[in-house]
Design a protein around this ligand. Structure first.
Ligand code: NDP
Ligand code: GDR
Length: 374
Protein backbone atom coordinates (compact mmCIF):
# COMPACT_ATOMS: atom_id res chain seq x y z
CA UNK A 1 0.00 0.00 0.00
CA UNK A 2 1.31 3.46 -0.90
CA UNK A 3 1.74 5.42 2.38
CA UNK A 4 1.54 8.73 0.49
CA UNK A 5 -2.01 8.07 -0.71
CA UNK A 6 -4.97 8.96 1.46
CA UNK A 7 -7.24 6.07 2.35
CA UNK A 8 -11.03 6.42 2.40
CA UNK A 9 -13.65 3.95 3.58
CA UNK A 10 -17.13 4.43 2.09
CA UNK A 11 -20.14 2.66 3.53
CA UNK A 12 -23.03 2.50 1.02
CA UNK A 13 -20.55 2.35 -1.85
CA UNK A 14 -23.08 0.61 -4.13
CA UNK A 15 -25.59 3.46 -3.78
CA UNK A 16 -25.99 6.63 -5.86
CA UNK A 17 -23.71 8.80 -3.74
CA UNK A 18 -21.25 5.99 -3.01
CA UNK A 19 -20.66 5.55 -6.73
CA UNK A 20 -20.12 9.25 -7.47
CA UNK A 21 -17.97 9.72 -4.37
CA UNK A 22 -15.80 6.72 -5.29
CA UNK A 23 -15.18 8.21 -8.74
CA UNK A 24 -14.40 11.59 -7.20
CA UNK A 25 -11.94 10.26 -4.60
CA UNK A 26 -10.19 7.93 -7.07
CA UNK A 27 -9.64 10.92 -9.35
CA UNK A 28 -8.10 12.72 -6.37
CA UNK A 29 -5.64 9.84 -5.95
CA UNK A 30 -7.23 8.15 -2.92
CA UNK A 31 -7.25 4.45 -2.19
CA UNK A 32 -10.96 3.73 -1.79
CA UNK A 33 -12.37 0.88 0.28
CA UNK A 34 -16.09 0.24 0.04
CA UNK A 35 -18.55 -1.68 2.18
CA UNK A 36 -21.05 -3.74 0.24
CA UNK A 37 -23.74 -6.12 1.40
CA UNK A 38 -23.95 -9.70 0.39
CA UNK A 39 -26.92 -10.03 -1.95
CA UNK A 40 -28.22 -13.01 -3.88
CA UNK A 41 -27.71 -11.13 -7.17
CA UNK A 42 -24.90 -8.69 -8.02
CA UNK A 43 -25.66 -5.21 -6.62
CA UNK A 44 -22.64 -3.38 -8.04
CA UNK A 45 -24.07 -1.96 -11.29
CA UNK A 46 -23.21 1.61 -10.31
CA UNK A 47 -19.55 0.85 -9.57
CA UNK A 48 -18.78 -1.93 -12.05
CA UNK A 49 -16.75 0.52 -14.14
CA UNK A 50 -14.44 1.04 -11.15
CA UNK A 51 -14.03 -2.65 -10.30
CA UNK A 52 -10.49 -4.03 -10.20
CA UNK A 53 -9.55 -7.69 -10.32
CA UNK A 54 -8.63 -8.78 -6.78
CA UNK A 55 -5.67 -10.69 -8.24
CA UNK A 56 -3.79 -7.59 -9.37
CA UNK A 57 -1.33 -5.76 -7.09
CA UNK A 58 -1.72 -2.19 -5.85
CA UNK A 59 -5.46 -1.93 -6.31
CA UNK A 60 -6.93 1.43 -5.39
CA UNK A 61 -10.59 0.32 -5.28
CA UNK A 62 -11.33 -2.51 -2.89
CA UNK A 63 -14.71 -3.87 -1.81
CA UNK A 64 -15.46 -5.64 1.47
CA UNK A 65 -18.55 -7.51 2.58
CA UNK A 66 -20.29 -6.04 5.58
CA UNK A 67 -23.40 -4.58 7.09
CA UNK A 68 -24.19 -1.55 9.24
CA UNK A 69 -25.97 -3.84 11.70
CA UNK A 70 -22.81 -5.88 12.39
CA UNK A 71 -20.45 -4.20 14.87
CA UNK A 72 -17.68 -6.78 14.79
CA UNK A 73 -17.55 -6.66 11.01
CA UNK A 74 -17.26 -2.85 11.00
CA UNK A 75 -14.61 -2.79 13.72
CA UNK A 76 -12.52 -5.46 12.01
CA UNK A 77 -12.69 -3.64 8.68
CA UNK A 78 -11.73 -0.28 10.17
CA UNK A 79 -8.83 -1.94 11.98
CA UNK A 80 -7.67 -3.53 8.73
CA UNK A 81 -8.18 -0.46 6.50
CA UNK A 82 -6.92 2.23 8.95
CA UNK A 83 -8.81 4.90 7.00
CA UNK A 84 -7.94 8.59 7.00
CA UNK A 85 -11.56 9.37 6.12
CA UNK A 86 -14.83 7.47 6.57
CA UNK A 87 -17.91 8.49 4.61
CA UNK A 88 -20.97 6.91 6.21
CA UNK A 89 -23.44 6.79 3.33
CA UNK A 90 -24.99 3.39 4.05
CA UNK A 91 -28.64 3.59 5.04
CA UNK A 92 -32.10 2.27 4.43
CA UNK A 93 -32.68 5.54 2.62
CA UNK A 94 -36.30 5.34 1.44
CA UNK A 95 -38.62 7.45 3.60
CA UNK A 96 -41.83 5.62 2.65
CA UNK A 97 -40.24 2.19 3.17
CA UNK A 98 -39.07 3.25 6.65
CA UNK A 99 -42.72 3.23 7.75
CA UNK A 100 -42.80 -0.46 6.76
CA UNK A 101 -39.43 -1.34 8.34
CA UNK A 102 -39.02 1.09 11.26
CA UNK A 103 -36.97 -1.15 13.56
CA UNK A 104 -34.49 -2.17 10.88
CA UNK A 105 -34.21 1.46 9.75
CA UNK A 106 -33.39 2.54 13.31
CA UNK A 107 -30.80 -0.20 13.58
CA UNK A 108 -29.03 0.43 10.26
CA UNK A 109 -29.36 4.23 10.01
CA UNK A 110 -29.23 5.22 13.68
CA UNK A 111 -27.24 2.58 15.56
CA UNK A 112 -25.15 1.87 12.45
CA UNK A 113 -23.64 5.34 12.80
CA UNK A 114 -22.89 4.73 16.48
CA UNK A 115 -21.14 1.48 15.55
CA UNK A 116 -18.75 3.31 13.23
CA UNK A 117 -18.04 6.10 15.70
CA UNK A 118 -17.46 3.66 18.53
CA UNK A 119 -15.15 1.51 16.39
CA UNK A 120 -12.97 4.56 15.76
CA UNK A 121 -12.83 5.18 19.52
CA UNK A 122 -12.25 1.55 20.42
CA UNK A 123 -9.36 1.31 17.96
CA UNK A 124 -7.78 4.54 19.22
CA UNK A 125 -8.15 6.22 15.80
CA UNK A 126 -9.76 9.43 17.10
CA UNK A 127 -6.82 11.55 15.96
CA UNK A 128 -6.32 9.79 12.62
CA UNK A 129 -9.74 9.09 11.18
CA UNK A 130 -12.18 11.82 10.09
CA UNK A 131 -15.81 10.79 9.65
CA UNK A 132 -18.59 12.23 7.50
CA UNK A 133 -22.18 11.40 8.44
CA UNK A 134 -24.83 11.53 5.70
CA UNK A 135 -27.44 13.63 7.45
CA UNK A 136 -30.53 14.84 5.69
CA UNK A 137 -33.01 17.66 5.17
CA UNK A 138 -35.65 15.13 6.34
CA UNK A 139 -34.52 16.16 9.85
CA UNK A 140 -36.43 19.43 9.36
CA UNK A 141 -39.65 17.54 8.62
CA UNK A 142 -42.64 19.57 9.68
CA UNK A 143 -41.95 23.10 8.53
CA UNK A 144 -40.57 25.30 11.32
CA UNK A 145 -38.97 27.98 9.13
CA UNK A 146 -37.88 28.48 5.52
CA UNK A 147 -35.30 28.42 4.15
CA UNK A 148 -33.83 25.77 6.45
CA UNK A 149 -30.28 26.31 7.71
CA UNK A 150 -27.92 24.84 10.33
CA UNK A 151 -29.86 26.69 13.05
CA UNK A 152 -33.38 25.58 12.06
CA UNK A 153 -34.94 23.26 14.67
CA UNK A 154 -35.54 19.62 13.72
CA UNK A 155 -38.99 17.99 13.62
CA UNK A 156 -38.56 14.57 11.95
CA UNK A 157 -41.66 13.04 10.33
CA UNK A 158 -40.72 9.40 9.57
CA UNK A 159 -38.88 6.47 11.16
CA UNK A 160 -36.10 7.23 8.65
CA UNK A 161 -35.82 10.84 9.77
CA UNK A 162 -35.95 9.89 13.46
CA UNK A 163 -33.15 7.33 12.94
CA UNK A 164 -31.12 9.98 11.10
CA UNK A 165 -31.76 12.38 13.97
CA UNK A 166 -30.12 9.90 16.36
CA UNK A 167 -27.22 9.58 13.91
CA UNK A 168 -26.91 13.37 13.70
CA UNK A 169 -26.69 13.87 17.45
CA UNK A 170 -24.47 10.88 18.18
CA UNK A 171 -22.03 12.31 15.63
CA UNK A 172 -22.10 15.68 17.41
CA UNK A 173 -21.79 13.93 20.77
CA UNK A 174 -18.71 11.89 19.78
CA UNK A 175 -17.12 15.03 18.35
CA UNK A 176 -17.62 16.88 21.62
CA UNK A 177 -16.97 13.99 24.02
CA UNK A 178 -13.90 12.46 22.38
CA UNK A 179 -12.57 15.37 20.34
CA UNK A 180 -13.13 13.45 17.13
CA UNK A 181 -13.22 14.99 13.67
CA UNK A 182 -16.85 14.03 13.00
CA UNK A 183 -19.17 16.09 10.78
CA UNK A 184 -22.74 16.07 9.55
CA UNK A 185 -23.58 17.10 6.01
CA UNK A 186 -27.26 18.04 6.09
CA UNK A 187 -27.90 17.36 2.44
CA UNK A 188 -31.11 18.25 0.67
CA UNK A 189 -32.46 15.91 -2.04
CA UNK A 190 -29.95 15.17 -4.75
CA UNK A 191 -30.61 13.15 -7.85
CA UNK A 192 -28.92 11.87 -10.99
CA UNK A 193 -29.32 9.34 -13.81
CA UNK A 194 -28.24 6.63 -11.33
CA UNK A 195 -30.78 7.63 -8.65
CA UNK A 196 -32.69 4.63 -7.24
CA UNK A 197 -35.74 3.90 -9.40
CA UNK A 198 -38.26 4.25 -6.57
CA UNK A 199 -37.38 7.83 -5.59
CA UNK A 200 -39.84 10.22 -7.14
CA UNK A 201 -37.56 12.00 -9.65
CA UNK A 202 -36.22 8.80 -11.19
CA UNK A 203 -39.63 7.18 -11.08
CA UNK A 204 -40.89 10.14 -13.11
CA UNK A 205 -38.05 10.26 -15.66
CA UNK A 206 -38.22 6.50 -16.22
CA UNK A 207 -41.99 6.52 -16.59
CA UNK A 208 -41.98 9.56 -18.88
CA UNK A 209 -39.46 7.83 -21.14
CA UNK A 210 -41.44 4.59 -21.12
CA UNK A 211 -44.74 6.36 -21.85
CA UNK A 212 -43.16 8.32 -24.73
CA UNK A 213 -41.81 5.07 -26.21
CA UNK A 214 -45.07 3.18 -25.77
CA UNK A 215 -43.72 0.82 -23.10
CA UNK A 216 -46.01 2.03 -20.32
CA UNK A 217 -49.49 3.57 -20.30
CA UNK A 218 -49.58 5.54 -17.15
CA UNK A 219 -47.60 6.90 -14.20
CA UNK A 220 -49.04 6.56 -10.69
CA UNK A 221 -47.78 8.99 -8.06
CA UNK A 222 -48.64 10.10 -4.53
CA UNK A 223 -48.48 13.67 -3.23
CA UNK A 224 -47.95 16.01 -6.19
CA UNK A 225 -47.88 19.10 -3.97
CA UNK A 226 -44.72 18.13 -2.03
CA UNK A 227 -41.92 20.60 -2.69
CA UNK A 228 -38.27 19.65 -2.71
CA UNK A 229 -34.94 21.39 -3.10
CA UNK A 230 -33.42 19.13 -5.78
CA UNK A 231 -29.74 19.27 -6.69
CA UNK A 232 -27.34 17.06 -8.66
CA UNK A 233 -25.57 14.28 -6.72
CA UNK A 234 -22.23 15.15 -8.36
CA UNK A 235 -22.28 18.61 -6.78
CA UNK A 236 -23.13 17.11 -3.40
CA UNK A 237 -20.43 14.41 -3.20
CA UNK A 238 -17.80 17.08 -3.94
CA UNK A 239 -19.06 18.89 -0.87
CA UNK A 240 -18.82 15.73 1.28
CA UNK A 241 -15.10 15.71 0.59
CA UNK A 242 -14.77 19.48 1.16
CA UNK A 243 -16.44 19.06 4.56
CA UNK A 244 -13.73 16.63 5.69
CA UNK A 245 -10.94 18.95 4.46
CA UNK A 246 -12.12 21.94 6.55
CA UNK A 247 -9.92 23.11 9.43
CA UNK A 248 -12.57 22.39 12.06
CA UNK A 249 -15.23 19.65 12.21
CA UNK A 250 -18.67 21.23 11.82
CA UNK A 251 -22.17 20.55 10.47
CA UNK A 252 -23.15 21.93 7.06
CA UNK A 253 -26.33 22.45 5.04
CA UNK A 254 -26.00 21.65 1.33
CA UNK A 255 -28.83 22.77 -0.93
CA UNK A 256 -29.58 24.74 -4.08
CA UNK A 257 -31.88 27.25 -2.35
CA UNK A 258 -34.68 26.63 -4.88
CA UNK A 259 -37.76 24.51 -4.39
CA UNK A 260 -40.01 22.78 -6.94
CA UNK A 261 -43.17 20.70 -6.59
CA UNK A 262 -43.45 17.09 -7.69
CA UNK A 263 -46.11 18.22 -10.21
CA UNK A 264 -43.70 20.74 -11.72
CA UNK A 265 -40.99 18.06 -11.97
CA UNK A 266 -43.45 15.87 -13.91
CA UNK A 267 -44.19 18.76 -16.29
CA UNK A 268 -40.47 19.40 -16.84
CA UNK A 269 -39.82 15.74 -17.65
CA UNK A 270 -42.68 15.48 -20.14
CA UNK A 271 -41.64 18.81 -21.69
CA UNK A 272 -38.28 17.23 -22.43
CA UNK A 273 -39.98 14.83 -24.87
CA UNK A 274 -42.13 17.61 -26.33
CA UNK A 275 -45.27 16.73 -24.41
CA UNK A 276 -47.31 19.35 -22.57
CA UNK A 277 -49.45 18.06 -19.72
CA UNK A 278 -52.64 19.42 -18.26
CA UNK A 279 -53.65 18.52 -14.69
CA UNK A 280 -57.29 18.19 -13.67
CA UNK A 281 -58.89 17.34 -10.33
CA UNK A 282 -57.55 17.70 -6.82
CA UNK A 283 -55.80 15.53 -4.21
CA UNK A 284 -56.44 11.80 -4.64
CA UNK A 285 -58.59 12.57 -7.74
CA UNK A 286 -55.94 14.46 -9.67
CA UNK A 287 -54.99 13.24 -13.16
CA UNK A 288 -52.66 14.35 -15.92
CA UNK A 289 -53.62 14.46 -19.62
CA UNK A 290 -51.68 15.18 -22.80
CA UNK A 291 -52.48 18.71 -23.96
CA UNK A 292 -50.07 18.79 -26.88
CA UNK A 293 -47.32 16.66 -28.34
CA UNK A 294 -44.91 18.28 -30.76
CA UNK A 295 -42.15 15.71 -31.07
CA UNK A 296 -42.54 13.54 -34.20
CA UNK A 297 -40.66 10.70 -32.43
CA UNK A 298 -43.30 10.35 -29.73
CA UNK A 299 -46.73 10.59 -31.25
CA UNK A 300 -49.16 10.20 -28.39
CA UNK A 301 -52.88 11.08 -28.70
CA UNK A 302 -54.02 14.45 -27.38
CA UNK A 303 -56.23 13.97 -24.31
CA UNK A 304 -54.61 10.65 -23.29
CA UNK A 305 -54.55 10.16 -19.51
CA UNK A 306 -50.93 9.47 -18.58
CA UNK A 307 -50.91 10.20 -14.85
CA UNK A 308 -53.09 9.36 -11.86
CA UNK A 309 -52.68 10.01 -8.18
CA UNK A 310 -52.70 6.77 -6.21
CA UNK A 311 -53.23 7.36 -2.47
CA UNK A 312 -51.22 4.17 -1.86
CA UNK A 313 -48.16 6.44 -2.23
CA UNK A 314 -49.31 8.98 0.37
CA UNK A 315 -47.18 8.82 3.52
CA UNK A 316 -48.63 8.60 7.05
CA UNK A 317 -46.82 11.85 7.82
CA UNK A 318 -45.44 13.99 4.99
CA UNK A 319 -42.70 16.60 4.67
CA UNK A 320 -44.41 19.36 2.70
CA UNK A 321 -41.72 21.89 1.90
CA UNK A 322 -37.95 21.78 1.83
CA UNK A 323 -35.77 24.66 0.75
CA UNK A 324 -32.25 24.94 2.04
CA UNK A 325 -29.95 27.82 2.87
CA UNK A 326 -26.35 26.78 2.11
CA UNK A 327 -24.84 30.21 2.84
CA UNK A 328 -22.42 28.77 5.39
CA UNK A 329 -21.00 26.20 2.94
CA UNK A 330 -20.75 28.82 0.22
CA UNK A 331 -19.03 31.45 2.30
CA UNK A 332 -16.76 29.29 4.49
CA UNK A 333 -15.90 26.50 2.05
CA UNK A 334 -16.52 28.15 -1.32
CA UNK A 335 -18.99 25.47 -2.43
CA UNK A 336 -21.21 26.23 -5.46
CA UNK A 337 -23.68 24.11 -7.46
CA UNK A 338 -22.60 23.49 -11.02
CA UNK A 339 -25.97 22.08 -12.14
CA UNK A 340 -29.41 23.66 -12.09
CA UNK A 341 -32.69 21.71 -12.06
CA UNK A 342 -33.35 21.96 -15.80
CA UNK A 343 -29.89 20.53 -16.54
CA UNK A 344 -30.53 17.76 -14.02
CA UNK A 345 -33.89 16.86 -15.61
CA UNK A 346 -32.30 16.93 -19.06
CA UNK A 347 -29.47 14.59 -18.02
CA UNK A 348 -31.86 12.17 -16.30
CA UNK A 349 -34.28 12.16 -19.24
CA UNK A 350 -31.53 11.65 -21.83
CA UNK A 351 -30.18 8.73 -19.85
CA UNK A 352 -33.58 7.12 -19.29
CA UNK A 353 -34.66 7.52 -22.92
CA UNK A 354 -31.47 5.71 -23.91
CA UNK A 355 -32.09 2.94 -21.37
CA UNK A 356 -35.73 2.54 -22.36
CA UNK A 357 -34.82 2.34 -26.05
CA UNK A 358 -32.78 -0.72 -25.09
CA UNK A 359 -35.89 -2.11 -23.37
CA UNK A 360 -37.87 -1.39 -26.52
CA UNK A 361 -35.41 -3.43 -28.59
CA UNK A 362 -35.62 -6.29 -26.11
CA UNK A 363 -39.40 -6.18 -26.22
CA UNK A 364 -39.36 -6.20 -30.02
CA UNK A 365 -37.01 -9.20 -29.81
CA UNK A 366 -39.59 -11.09 -27.77
CA UNK A 367 -37.93 -10.72 -24.37
CA UNK A 368 -39.96 -10.04 -21.23
CA UNK A 369 -39.19 -6.58 -19.87
CA UNK A 370 -39.41 -5.35 -16.32
CA UNK A 371 -42.85 -3.98 -15.48
CA UNK A 372 -42.31 -2.85 -11.94
CA UNK A 373 -43.80 0.54 -11.19
CA UNK A 374 -43.20 1.08 -7.43
P1 NDP B 1 -28.97 4.84 -1.83
O1 NDP B 1 -30.23 4.27 -1.33
O2 NDP B 1 -28.74 4.97 -3.30
O3 NDP B 1 -27.74 3.96 -1.26
C1 NDP B 1 -27.74 3.47 0.04
C2 NDP B 1 -26.54 2.57 0.21
O4 NDP B 1 -26.55 2.02 1.54
C3 NDP B 1 -26.50 1.37 -0.74
O5 NDP B 1 -25.16 1.10 -1.08
C4 NDP B 1 -27.06 0.25 0.13
O6 NDP B 1 -26.65 -1.03 -0.27
C5 NDP B 1 -26.40 0.62 1.46
N1 NDP B 1 -27.03 -0.01 2.62
C6 NDP B 1 -28.32 0.03 2.99
N2 NDP B 1 -28.50 -0.64 4.15
C7 NDP B 1 -27.29 -1.11 4.50
C8 NDP B 1 -26.82 -1.90 5.58
N3 NDP B 1 -27.63 -2.33 6.53
N4 NDP B 1 -25.51 -2.21 5.64
C9 NDP B 1 -24.65 -1.80 4.66
N5 NDP B 1 -25.04 -1.06 3.61
C10 NDP B 1 -26.34 -0.73 3.53
O7 NDP B 1 -28.77 6.24 -1.11
P2 NDP B 1 -28.04 7.59 -1.62
O8 NDP B 1 -26.78 7.22 -2.27
O9 NDP B 1 -29.04 8.41 -2.33
O10 NDP B 1 -27.77 8.32 -0.24
C11 NDP B 1 -26.56 8.12 0.49
C12 NDP B 1 -26.79 8.50 1.94
O11 NDP B 1 -27.15 9.87 2.03
C13 NDP B 1 -27.88 7.73 2.65
O12 NDP B 1 -27.48 7.57 3.99
C14 NDP B 1 -29.08 8.65 2.59
O13 NDP B 1 -29.95 8.40 3.66
C15 NDP B 1 -28.40 10.00 2.69
N6 NDP B 1 -29.07 11.11 2.06
C16 NDP B 1 -29.41 11.04 0.73
C17 NDP B 1 -29.96 12.12 0.10
C18 NDP B 1 -30.36 12.08 -1.33
O14 NDP B 1 -31.13 12.95 -1.76
N7 NDP B 1 -29.86 11.13 -2.13
C19 NDP B 1 -30.17 13.40 0.82
C20 NDP B 1 -29.72 13.36 2.20
C21 NDP B 1 -29.19 12.27 2.77
P3 NDP B 1 -27.45 -1.86 -1.42
O15 NDP B 1 -26.96 -1.32 -2.73
O16 NDP B 1 -27.03 -3.26 -1.17
O17 NDP B 1 -28.91 -1.61 -1.20
P1 GDR C 1 -37.67 11.94 -0.07
O1 GDR C 1 -37.60 11.47 -1.59
O2 GDR C 1 -38.76 11.30 0.67
O3 GDR C 1 -37.65 13.45 -0.10
O4 GDR C 1 -36.30 11.37 0.50
P2 GDR C 1 -38.67 10.80 -2.55
O5 GDR C 1 -38.16 11.03 -3.92
O6 GDR C 1 -38.99 9.41 -2.14
O7 GDR C 1 -39.99 11.69 -2.29
C1 GDR C 1 -40.02 13.08 -2.55
C2 GDR C 1 -41.45 13.58 -2.44
O8 GDR C 1 -42.22 13.04 -3.53
C3 GDR C 1 -43.46 12.59 -3.02
N1 GDR C 1 -44.01 11.56 -3.92
C4 GDR C 1 -43.48 10.35 -4.15
N2 GDR C 1 -42.35 9.77 -3.69
C5 GDR C 1 -42.06 8.52 -4.14
N3 GDR C 1 -40.91 7.94 -3.74
N4 GDR C 1 -42.88 7.83 -4.98
C6 GDR C 1 -44.05 8.38 -5.45
O9 GDR C 1 -44.77 7.76 -6.20
C7 GDR C 1 -44.34 9.70 -5.03
N5 GDR C 1 -45.36 10.55 -5.30
C8 GDR C 1 -45.16 11.67 -4.62
C9 GDR C 1 -43.13 12.07 -1.64
O10 GDR C 1 -44.32 11.95 -0.85
C10 GDR C 1 -42.17 13.14 -1.16
O11 GDR C 1 -42.86 14.22 -0.63
C11 GDR C 1 -35.09 11.48 -0.25
C12 GDR C 1 -34.21 10.26 0.12
O12 GDR C 1 -33.09 10.25 -0.71
C13 GDR C 1 -33.75 10.35 1.57
O13 GDR C 1 -32.80 9.32 1.83
C14 GDR C 1 -33.09 11.72 1.79
O14 GDR C 1 -32.69 11.84 3.13
C15 GDR C 1 -34.05 12.84 1.41
O15 GDR C 1 -34.43 12.68 0.05
C16 GDR C 1 -33.40 14.21 1.55
Amino acid sequence: MNPLKKVAFITGVTGQDGAYLSEFLLEKGYIVHGLKRRTSLFNTDRIDHLYQDPHIDNRNFILHYGDMTDSTNLTRLIQQIQPDEIYNLAAMSHVAVSFETPEYTGNADGLGTLRLLDSIRLLGLEKKTRIYQASTSELYGKVQEVPQSETTPFYPRSPYAVAKMYAFWITVNYREAYDMYACNGILFNHESPIRGETFVTRKITRATSRIALGLQDKLYLGNLDAQRDWGHAKDYVRMMWMILQADEPEDWVIATGKTTSVREFVKMSFAHVGIELEFRGKGAEEKGFILSCNNPDYLLPIGKEVLSVDPHYFRPTEVDLLIGDATKAKTKLGWECQYDLSELVEEMMQSDIKLMKKEQHLKEGGYTILNYFE
